[in-house]
Design a binder for this molecule. Sequence first.
Ligand code: UDP
Ligand code: MG
Length: 316
Amino acid sequence: MPLVSIVVPCYNEEPVLPMFLEECGSVVADMHSSQGLDFELVFVDDGSKDGTLAVLRQAVPVGDYCAIRWVSFSRNFGKEAALYAGLSAARGDYVVLMDADMQDPPALLPEMFERMQRTGCDCVATRRATRQGEPPVRSFLSRSFYSLINSISNVEFVSGERDFRLMRRQVVDAILSLGERNRFTKGLYGWVGFTTEWIAYDNVERGAGKTKWNLFGLFRYALDGIAGFSTLPLQISSVGSLLLFFIFVVAVVLIAIRRLVFGDPVAGWASTACIILFVGSLQLFCLGILGQYLAKTYLETKERPLFIVKEASDEG
Ligand code: UDP
Ligand code: MG
């Protein structure tokens, strides 16, 4: 029987976990009998300070077709790290990423599966149909972020996309093969490619507990995304430096001509100005070159694979 891993990152989710286990349990039971699937729930306790781990220890599987496994971090490493740990631990032929707070409704799972079987796609991803119920400032900033990052990065980001997605084993292996430390999973999905189907659903309120994100946290997250998937800021500063270098060189030439034509009414001005411009332009020139190499080195240090093969004629 095909195995489905459901990966659930949890940070201080004690109040909502019993609800999640119950709801997920019933969806899993249905899918086991109707679609013949086996399951494992892989929880990642991201250094919770409440009773999350105790709840996980005591969690009882709904049946022999659904194992419960968990990993617990030594401290809070953040959701991206939790997702990575969960993906590494998952053994399924299919893997689902799902939040513990019921904002990714487990009830949507059968539809996601059905869509994957029907279309033969590699991923079924979800996004919010509307931003209703979200503070206007947050919506505005979030929209601006998506349009900015889409214009400066060659990976596609979908506005309102959630981490809630179903992937085939091949996609999970591709994501795990990206060795970078600064992980921005929403960009990695786009980077590895594969065919993706989208399902939109209305925003769901948290089952219990409260969100771990504040505006500042989201801002830092956005910067991570930009730094991880675009070297444009570095390019701007390095091209800007080279541009200034040329302007300064022209200025030096103009000052020299002026000196020769009109003489030197303010003694020493021309030579002083030339020295300042010359040294300044030399520094900018070097900075520009440094920026180019730094951008390349940055991309190299990520050790992303050069390509990802989806199919080949001679697969053994
Ligand atoms: N989460 C985590 N580590 C963190 C923050 C969040 O594992 O440092 C988990 C959290 O337990 C939840 C999911 O990530 O399952 C989404 O978090 P949250 O609901 O707070 O975010 P929101 O839905 O408000 O964007
Ligand atoms: Mg949430």
